[in-house]
Design a protein around this ligand. Structure first.
Ligand code: MRU
Length: 355
């Protein structure tokens, strides 16, 4: 990988940026992922409840994108914080607590909030006034987004050579939509395709919320990357027929031992890969690695509403009162993961704690 490669320069990146400041940096601008693929609709938000609800309802989703939304969101909300030093800090903490309560699994959310808290504390120690603290939060937020984009581009370059020609299965959406741009697992796929690897992406639907069919298929079709949409339960049959040569997924949180939480169904894909002798890769920025947790058993798993499972395409597909389980994520044990691809390098799962 050449450090001066223009494709690794975030300022040269021409692709989709789904999480950004508005032109005057007073609003959080989000591509509303609930409306895709039917409609390309942008939201401009500057109220705490609206930003929190956008995260909870998956208008913005994907671990890195949630972190970016929180970082930019806190900067936008600071416009309304009280001017006095202690009151400003108290308003910050109230907003941070509401955002932290939106989604528990993706650690990037908490990383972004902590970065903003630390930046504010340092700025207040230096002195200044409310306008300088607001400027600090804006600068730190933009840096979080820029670092994420740089990480995705570098991850793509480091991981691209691992993907063989042929069928590559991916799960959920890990593309530009799930990050500040380019993507994690889908970024690796994008980078491999750009360097000429003759791959064909198998996109699973990712029930219940269809991030695969609605979002990943949309990104790949927009870019002309060869792909086929499959139902989640078709992956095993295609592996048995020799149509899938590798699987690559993203992550919401990776524990120190390499156990990886990602969208529900990831574990199933990993088990299928093990059975068929197919490499199973995880791609994630370093902000997704949580070295404070020794194993995946400690990762909090979000449970979402029952109607996400009972309903499909806006219609009830089950008895309205049937009890439901809806864990949004599962944990893939490190032993099922071939390599973890990050912007810092490609690691065996057990090596993360030593990086
Ligand atoms: O519930 P979501 O759509 O936020 O879940 C997203 C995932 O599980 C992604 O695979 C993960 O965040 C990695 S995104 C680069």
């Amino acid at each position: 990988m050449n450090a001066s490669d223009p494709s690794l320069d975030p300022s040269a990146y021409q692709g989709l940026r789904p999480v950004q400041f508005s032109a005057d940096a007073r609003k959080l601008r989000l591509l509303d992922q609930r409306a895709l693929p039917g409609e390309t609709r942008w939201l401009e938000l500057d109220r705490l409840e609206d930003i929190a609800e956008a995260i909870e309802t998956l208008a913005v989703r994907g671990a890195p994108a949630i972190g970016c939304a929180a970082a930019l969101g806190l900067a936008v909300l600071a416009e309304g914080f009280a001017d006095a030093r202690d009151a400003f800090a108290a308003d910050f903490e109230a907003a941070a607590a509401r955002l932290a309560a939106t989604r528990p699994t993706a650690v990037n959310l908490f990383v972004a909030i902590t970065e903003q808290r630390d930046a504010l504390a340092a700025a207040q120690v230096r002195g200044g006034d409310a306008s300088s603290w607001r400027a600090t939060l804006r600068t730190r937020a933009q840096a979080h987004v820029d670092v994420d984009l740089g990480a995705c581009l570098r991850m793509g370059a480091k991981g691209a050579g691992l993907l063989p020609a042929g069928g590559v299965l991916t799960h959920c959406n890990t593309g530009a939509l799930a990050t500040s741009g380019h993507g994690t697992a889908l970024g690796v796929i994008r980078s491999a395709w750009a360097r000429g690897t003759a791959l064909h992406v198998f996109v699973d639907e990712t029930r219940p919320l269809l991030q695969g069919s609605r979002l990943t298929a949309w990104e790949l079709v927009e870019e002309g990357v060869p792909c086929s949409l499959i139902c989640d339960d078709m992956a095993g049959a295609l592996m048995a027929r020799g149509e899938i040569q590798a699987a690559i997924v993203g992550a919401d949180r990776i524990a120190a031992n390499g156990d990886t939480a990602n969208k529900i169904g990831t574990y199933t894909v990993a088990v299928l890969c093990k059975h068929h002798g197919i490499p199973f890769y995880v791609a994630a920025p370093w902000t997704t690695v949580d070295l404070s947790l020794s194993s995946g058993a400690q990762i909090p798993i979000e449970e979402r509403g029952a109607d996400e499972v009972r309903m499909h395409g806006g219609a009830l597909r089950a008895p309205a009162t049937v009890p439901v389980r809806n864990p949004a994520f599962d944990v893939t044990p490190a032993g099922l993961i071939t390599k973890i691809i990050t912007e810092r390098g490609v690691f065996a799962p057990g090596e993360l704690g030593e990086v």
